[in-house]
Design a protein around this ligand. Structure first.
Ligand code: GLN
Length: 206
């Protein structure tokens, strides 16, 4: 039994599907904290950036003064997992952002916003994700982005049947264009918690 404590995972709680991530992480045994201000980052072992609207999250992050602290923490090695809008915010480069849209960066990828069109172009499909093992992942894409280019150090975890990249990992960063948090798919969050615990230098979560 590990007594060093459960992983403390922050969720950037400015906009988006914060509750779904919180439920998932709680079910997996993490302590979940809302992050809205720089001080909220103190004591979190990792950060989830939810789905929502990346340009709004960017604007609110700047308004709350939390953009630079998050960018710097990620650059310093804080684990982070972004779904959909969160993936956009973790990308070093984006295309089709709104004017002046910024990201936190960290993932050496180019991500295209709204790559599949508008809300009506949302879809669901099953994806093979060899790194997770087990059955295919049922993936929900909602105004989803695509990874158009992944740098040499980026692990491609999942593609659509035509080869387009929809899940990546690089170091302590994980990004999916889809939303495991809305389908009860725990494996990405479990992987992320393992990454958080590994980065913290303690044993795996029970
Ligand atoms: N299209 C949204 C964006 O820019 C992402 C959608 C989502 O997170 N479901 O940010």
């Amino acid at each position: 039994m590990v007594t060093t404590g459960r992983p403390r995972v922050g969720i950037l709680a400015l906009q988006g599907d914060v509750r779904e991530h919180a439920r998932m992480l709680t079910e997996l045994g993490a302590d979940v904290l809302s992050v809205r201000r720089p001080a909220d980052l103190d004591g979190v072992d990792g950060l989830v950036i939810p789905g929502g609207e990346s340009s709004v999250i960017d604007k609110l992050a700047r308004a709350f003064g939390v953009r630079e602290p998050i960018r710097d923490a990620i650059a310093a090695g804080m684990p982070a997992y972004g779904t959909c809008a969160g993936l956009i915010l973790l990308a070093d480069r984006i295309t089709d952002g709104i004017q002046g849209q910024l990201t936190f960066g960290g993932l050496d990828v180019t991500v295209r916003r709204n790559a599949f069109g508008t809300q009506s172009d949302s879809f669901e499909t099953d994806l093979d994700v060899p790194a997770l093992g087990g059955p295919p992942v049922h993936a929900v894409f909602i105004r989803a982005p695509l990874v158009e280019h992944a740098g040499a150090g980026v692990e491609v975890m999942a593609t659509l049947p035509d080869g387009r990249i929809v899940a990546v990992r690089q170091g302590a960063l994980l990004g999916t264009a889809f939303h495991p948090e809305v389908t009860g798919e725990h494996r990405f969050h479990r992987l992320f918690l393992d990454m958080v615990v590994a980065a913290r230098g303690t044993a795996r979560v029970a």
